[in-house]
Design a protein around this ligand. Structure first.
Ligand code: MF3
Ligand code: CO
Ligand code: CO
Length: 256
């Protein structure tokens, strides 16, 4: 089985790591502008995590990943690698995914940013994807199943004529980056593992404007939509409480 159930003391440490990860997303927002490279965004996040937060960027060196954050632009679903060659332009949408380790515990979160003014269709995809995450969070409490969570996300995405990426999922998290359970973003109500107080995991729906298929580029990381249409993603790390959920990576702009 799983070691996803944490003690209050362990959750207190995850609360700190989660807050630091959220603060990186808050810090980087003003730099997401036309003309910036994803390399510069990576460098700013890296330096902030290491020098200001005195924490560790979990992605750097993870299974050979070469950078400190993932930067996934437009048709990139997830795991985009920051590079000097990738210059953001007006109308792009970008997901920045940050995971920090503090005192041995992990916080993992991502959000979407607009580069300049987005097209209406892009703005709508980003909004519906965030709604998918929020609708899932709303039902998290002891007794909810993982299938319930997947179902809420899939229903909202498909009601809006979008598709759920099936090739990547959320995950348990703690003093390990990725642990059981797998948190699928699709499913059937009442199926799968039953949530218990103290479980900690991420929900991180990836929603495509077109077909759900993904393909990994030759860099062995960057996952793109097969049809090259847009994809969006939002992620939080959370803990199940006695009667609901605590979002460990909440940002100031959010109210849970
Ligand atoms: N942060 C991603 C997640 O949500 C994982 C990134 S792994 C990396 O699980 F190696 F690509 F950084
Ligand atoms: Co994650
Ligand atoms: Co992440």
């Amino acid at each position: 089985m799983t070691n996803a159930v944490k003690t209050p003391e362990q959750i207190a440490k995850m609360r700190i790591a989660g807050r630091l990860a959220a603060e990186v997303l808050e810090m980087i927002g003003e730099y997401v502008v036309p003309g910036v490279t994803t390399e510069e965004l990576d460098r700013r996040c890296h330096d902030y995590i290491v020098n200001v937060q005195q924490a560790i960027p979990a992605c750097l060196g993870y299974r050979g990943f070469p950078k400190s954050i993932c930067t996934s632009v437009n048709e990139v679903i997830c795991h985009g690698i920051p590079s000097e060659a990738k210059v953001l332009k007006k109308g792009d949408i970008i997901n920045i995914d940050v995971t920090v380790i503090k005192d041995g515990w992990y916080g993992d979160t991502s959000k979407m940013y607009f580069v300049g003014k987005p097209a209406a269709h892009a703005e709508r995809l980003v909004k519906v994807t965030q709604e998918c995450l929020y609708k899932a969070i709303e039902i998290v409490r002891p007794g909810t199943t993982l299938g319930d969570i997947g179902h809420v996300i899939q229903t909202h995405a498909e009601k809006n004529y979008y598709s759920v990426v099936k090739d990547f999922c959320g995950h348990g998290i703690g003093d390990v980056f990725h642990e059981d359970p797998q948190v699928l973003h699709y499913g059937r109500p009442g199926t799968g593992q039953v949530l218990e107080e103290g479980m900690t995991f991420t929900i991180e729906p990836m929603i495509n404007a077109g077909k759900p298929g993904s393909r990994v580029l030759r860099d062995e990381w960057t996952a793109v939509t097969v049809d090259r249409r847009l994809s969006a993603q939002w992620e939080h790390t959370m803990a199940v409480t006695s009667d609901g959920v605590e979002i460990l990576t909440a940002r100031k702009e959010e109210s849970f």
